[in-house]
Design a protein around this ligand. Sequence first.
Ligand code: SAM
Length: 397
Amino acid sequence: MSDEHPTGGVGPAEGLTRSLLEAGALTGDWSAAWAAVPRGAFLPDLMWPYDMDTGASRPVDRRADPADWERQAYANVPVTIQWDDGQHAGPGPGRVATSSASMPSVVARMLADLDVFAGARVLEIGTGTGWNAALLAARLGEGHVVTVEVDPAVAAAAREALDRAGLSPEAVCGDGRDGWPAGAPYDRVIVTAGVRQVPSAWREQTRPGGLILAPWGTHYSPEDALVRLTVSGDGSASGPFLRPLEFMKLRSQRLDWGRFGRHVDRYPGDADRSATTVGLPDLGGRGRFQAATFVLGLCVPDCAHVLNAGGDESTAWFFDMSGTRSWASVVFRPQETDATVHQSGPRRLWDEVSAALDWWRGQGSPPVESFGLTVTSRGAHRPWLGTPSRPVPSFAT
Ligand SMILES: C[S@@+](CC[C@H](N)C(=O)[O-])C[C@H]1O[C@@H](n2cnc3c(N)ncnc32)[C@H](O)[C@@H]1O
């Protein structure tokens, strides 16, 4: 794709491609498909690019400002194309982003991680705009690619964009949790939504030796880490975490915060009170993609966590998800060396979190990339450190 600008400079599309090649995100084997399938061809007139500086999304309408739209289409930012499962109307951003074109550098790196080869059959979960499916189809041939999208309106728009681009991978509207058995077995499954459980269908539909590439995490945090699982002949799958990232979650695996409404009847009520010298930064603080946050989620199962950060006071909350109404809170104040802990219910969630933190530090505070995941043939998820034979301990009480 030639993208020379009238001014003689490089246009947004070419600029993006060059920067991704220089950064090593886009690999040479994907260059031809990348050039053949411009991102802008898959974006709607009205879209909401994410502003990395402000952390907010703003509407950009091609009909009102084509130049801005073009710039944003080829900026290295995620672009929301649907809010609130399609219930939101109007140009302002909605509450929850529910479909998007992922950040181009994330798309390019995931395609490289997918390690495709000529003739490979690929299943994509989460069609979204259809751009990623188009890239796969341009590289592998449309008969080799199946993509599944749960939202009918998103699926229909993606199909139209794929048609306009002259590419016809099999684009299915359905729940990607079930995979697409009619097209199995696949050599590669690429998941472009975050998951908390790897559905058995994906393992069953991948041939032995094949790969499942998925953003995976725990409900401790909305963040994910990209896991690359190799499927074995016995139906299990295992592999390393490649790096942290964050995707919108598979519809059926979103965390329902409403379920914690009855955990804290009165605060602090009859909760046990104690103190801790653990500081907010030890827990990952306010930063994104902190190894501590990810690892605490691995070690403290069935625990949802949220930080209410404030200037004078920040409270870390922990909620049990395993059926008890246990909760813990830790209040951090900048002028106090000890933070105040409250714990209620049979699970001592703060004790679990602080024991997990001690364990992780005792291991030398290894990064996310030192960990991996095995999904057994029965579907149990077993995180490990370094090698599958070193399971991450569970600190559940
Ligand atoms: C980040 S977007 C995918 C980006 C996309 N691959 C692209 O190239 O534009 C995630 C998509 O996953 C879809 N999704 C969520 N849950 C799903 C499910 N259970 N099955 C299939 N798709 C799902 C969402 O509707 C959304 O369109």
